[in-house]
Structure formats: C-alpha cells, structure tokens
Design a protein around this ligand. Structure first.
Ligand code: CA
Length: 515
C-alpha cells in the first residue's frame, strides 16, 4: 500500500480496486460496511451541515470521526430512482428506474450483488421501495411499499407480518438482531440499514410528540415565493398552503377532511395505532391543534401555520433517526467492530423544508438536489474532513466496491471516493454534475427537466408541457429565485454551460434526453 501512486486520475480507481483486491488476498481483513440510508433528509436538518434547525449529535459523530461531503448531489431527486442509482452506479436512463412507479429490474448488476459474490454476508433491513424483491442480499426484512411509521408490516424473505413498535426503532432492533444472531462471522458484513423516516407523512415517535412544542421555527426566506421569472414552478402540486393535507400532513383532524385526506389518515392512524398510542397522540397534540386554530383566528396565514406543523414533525422524526444512528454506532463500539467497519450515512435525496413554499423534492434546485453524505472508516480515513468535491449518487457503488477490494465494473458511471477519503491527491475530479428528473404528471406535477450544475452556476432545461430554460448564479442568488437565463450579462456563461451540458449527455450516454 505504501508505494501506491499518490496521484490518481478519474480512470485509476478501477485499477486501484484490483490492486487492493490483491492486498486483501494476501490476508488483510476486508472491512465490514454499515450502509445507513434515510429518506428525504435535507442537509439543513443535520447539524454537522447546519445547526440552526436541530441538533443531530450522533450523525455529527460520523462526520467528526470521518468525512462530510459538502456537495453531494442526487441525479434524479426522488425515492426509487435515487435508490436504483445508488445500487447500480448508473443514471436512471441506463438502470431503467426513471420514476417511482416503474418496477426495479433486480436482474441487473448492483453493488450488493458484487459484494455478495466476493464473499460478503449481505443483509437489507427497512425501506426498499423498489417493488421487485430485493436481490443481492442473503437476508432481507423490508417494509412493503412506503411502510408505516407505527406497527408496520414487515416482509422477511417473503413472509409478511405486522410488527409492534415504531418503524425507526424497529429498523435498528432488526439490524442489531441480524448482527447478533444471523451474521456469519467468517465473512465481512454488508448491512443496508434503511429508514422510512423522515419521509411524508412525518409521524414522530410518542417520546418526541412534545419536543419543540413551544418552539416557533424561523421561516425560510423563500417560504412565500411567487415564482416570478420561473415558469415550471407555477404548476406544481407540492405547496404548503394549497396541497398540504389537514389530517395526513398537518395532523389537524378537526377541520373538514377531503375524502383523500380522510382515507390516508385512516390508513396511517386509525388502522395502525393502538388505543393507548392514539390517546398519547391526542393528548400531546391537543395544544398544537389549539395553537393552529388560534393562529388562523389571529390572522396568521395557512402557509405559516402549516409550515410550523410540518417542520416540527419532520424535525421530531429526524431526532428519532439520530438516536437510532447512535444505537448502531454504540453497537459497533461495544462489539469492537468500529475500527474495521466503513460507516456511510446518506439520504436518497434532499427535501424542501418550506423553501419556495414546498414540502416535497424532485426539482433540480439545491434543497432537493443536495443530500447529506457522511463516511467514516478509522483504519484509513482521517477524521474531521470536509470535502468540497462535486459528488453524485452514482459514486456510492464504486466507492463501496473499492473499499471492499472488489473491481469496479467499467459500466458503472460514478467514481470511487476512496482516494479522496484517504487523502490521495486526485487531479481531474469532475467540475460539474448532471441531473435528470422524469416523473410527470403523477403526484406533484413537477415538469420533467435535466441540467448541469457546477460550483457557481446551474442551467436547467425543462421540456414537455413547460418548454424552457432556467439559469442561476448560485453565488449571487443562492436561494435560486432569479432565473437569469435571458440576462445578457450571463450570455457567455449560458453558452458555455449549454456546451458542457451537451458533453455530459454524451459522457453519461443520455442521448435522447427529451424522449
Ligand atoms: Ca426520498
């Protein structure tokens, strides 16, 4: 290892993986991998990134003991496509998972399959959300579909039963149980530990129902955005004032409910909580329901009141995830596994926490484009690193294969982060990322779009019902309110970005982006 090349270029990680494999073949222990994924966790709600909203001390610990990637970007910011990209190391147009409704082709190459074939004992616990049965896992225990926060159904190797408890806690219970009772210790483990939280409809555990009860969270500067200069944003259906459901989303059950809202609330609350859980909910939320009604009577806007209901429950759900991340880290410490385990924490994509008035994801704007990515591995990754490179979720699969000493297949489209993490000087790291969102018009009516982002500028091409371009100067306009596409002062930058976008379409083989 000492005489390996200290300077790598982007094509080297493939060779580098083969080199490491030979080292491992010589007897060095391969690392375990604890792969922690959450759903819709925005960087703004992880205190290692931004401590203004809440504190997440256990997630922060991963960053302190390893690395925080400041600029990690989803390539299609919606649940199932992000998961498919993470698993395959390929963009949506090549792995086939363009939207949430496609059934994932589990016959294709994925990094868990390659780890399994190379001798890892592999398990998946928690959210899967890819419709087809998991492949590449010796053991799996998953929530069917989106799963429920309370007393969820869990499908274990094809047998489904209802489990008592809170989903976020159950995922850790089952993960620890697998490590204790089922892991074959003659092999390194790959454990895909996957939370439903903090996905909609943000139902906190009973222990956190009163947390933040008297806190007024400060509103984002763009909460009341009017979308002037932007066309596509006008037609979305993900607005906190207009599309946030009274019961299902805000948990304000006293208002007259739409049929859809009543049906959803019955599904997640009436049919799921025990009588004592319902009593605890109703007691804890009585104050907030009163506060909501008083707020409206005193002239506060629905937007403002819905924002408070949303952010409180979202934050409470994240606290429960953080506690469980702590349980897993403590478990590794107690069993003396921490030194030889690569720990990854990431979300499938980011989330709007009221920015632009929204509560969903999907857009190429930074709040949903960026996701938190933390990696620690005490053996070779120095602590307290803040990485500034442009990362995409296609990089995850090559990275984990590289750590495991498995050759990274040439058809994976990302690059291993291992050389960056280990302090090698990597020249020629990418300077921009590519994005392509497809799902339309289902759910939130976000128009299809693709685009390019570098460290300063972003160019977005909308096609289909909305045909147009947007251009942002992220230094002058970090909240992306001013579409500067038609501004002559940016003519050269726009032209340059268009050319680079064309190159990315070729590089990533998205040859017919508009269908
Ligand atoms: Ca998601």
């Amino acid at each position: 290892m000492e005489n390996r090349m200290r300077v790598c270029i982007r094509t080297i990680p493939v060779l580098f993986g083969a080199l490491v494999l030979s080292v491992f073949a010589g007897g060095e222990e391969r690392p375990n991998i604890l792969f922690m994924m959450t759903d819709d966790h925005a960087v703004k709600a992880l205190s290692a990134y931004d401590s203004s909203l809440i504190q997440t001390p256990n997630m922060d610990r991963i960053a302190q003991e390893g690395a925080l990637f400041q600029w990690a970007f989803a390539t299609n910011a919606i649940c199932a496509p992000s998961r498919a990209t993470v698993l395959t190391g390929k963009f949506s147009h090549l792995n086939g998972q363009l939207d949430n409704h496609t059934v994932f082709d589990g016959g294709q190459q994925t990094f868990p399959k390659l780890l399994q074939a190379s001798g890892y004992h592999t398990a998946l616990i928690g959210k899967w959300h890819l419709k087809s049965e998991p492949t590449g896992f010796d053991y799996w225990s998953i929530f069917p579909g989106q799963g429920f926060y309370y007393n969820p159904d869990i499908n274990t190797l094809g047998e489904t039963s209802r489990h008592e408890g809170y989903a976020t806690d159950l995922v850790s219970d089952l993960a620890i149980q697998w490590l204790e009772e089922k892991w074959d210790r003659s092999k390194p483990f790959f454990l895909f530990y996957s939370h439903k939280a903090p996905h909609r409809n943000w139902m906190p555990p009973i222990r956190h129902l009163d947390t933040f009860e008297n806190r007024q969270f400060s509103e984002p500067a763009t909460l009341a955005d009017d979308y002037e200069t932007r066309l596509a944003a006008h037609s979305q259906l993900m607005h906190l004032e207009k599309h946030f459901l009274s019961a299902y989303d805000a948990k304000i059950t006293s208002s007259p409910l739409s049929d859809r809202d009543a049906a959803l609330w019955k599904l997640v609350y009436e049919d799921r909580l025990t009588p004592s859980e319902k009593a605890a909910w109703d007691a804890a939320l009585a104050d907030e329901r009163e506060e909501y009604a008083r707020g409206l009577e005193s002239g506060r806007s629905v937007l403002s009141m819905n924002y408070q209901r949303y952010i409180r429950d979202y934050a409470r759900c994240v606290l429960a995830v953080d506690e469980n991340v702590g349980r897993m880290l403590d478990y590794l410490d107690e069993r003396a596994l921490a030194d030889n385990t690569v720990v990854v924490y990431l979300s499938d994509q980011g989330m709007y926490l009221g920015e632009h008035g929204w509560f969903d994801k999907r857009w190429m704007y930074d709040e949903s484009l960026r996701f938190p990515l933390l990696i620690k591995y005490p053996k070779s990754v120095s602590p307290n690193q803040t990485r500034e490179e442009m990362i995409m979720n296609v990089d995850i699969a090559p990275t984990l294969l590289d750590f495991a000493g498995v050759r990274v297949p040439e058809d994976m489209q990302g690059a291993s982060l291992k050389p960056l993490l280990e302090g090698d000087s990597v020249i020629d790291w990418r300077q921009e990322v590519y994005y392509h969102y497809y799902e339309y018009p289902i759910m939130t009516h976000v128009n299809p779009h693709y685009g390019i982002r570098d460290s300063r500028f972003k160019l977005i091409r909308f096609y289909g019902d909305v045909d147009g371009w947007e251009f942002y100067d992220l230094e002058r306009d970090p909240t992306e309110r001013l579409n500067s596409y038609g501004d002559v002062r940016y003519r050269d930058e726009v032209e340059s970005m268009k050319k680079r976008l064309e190159s990315l379409l070729v590089e990533y083989k998205d040859f017919t982006p508009e269908g």
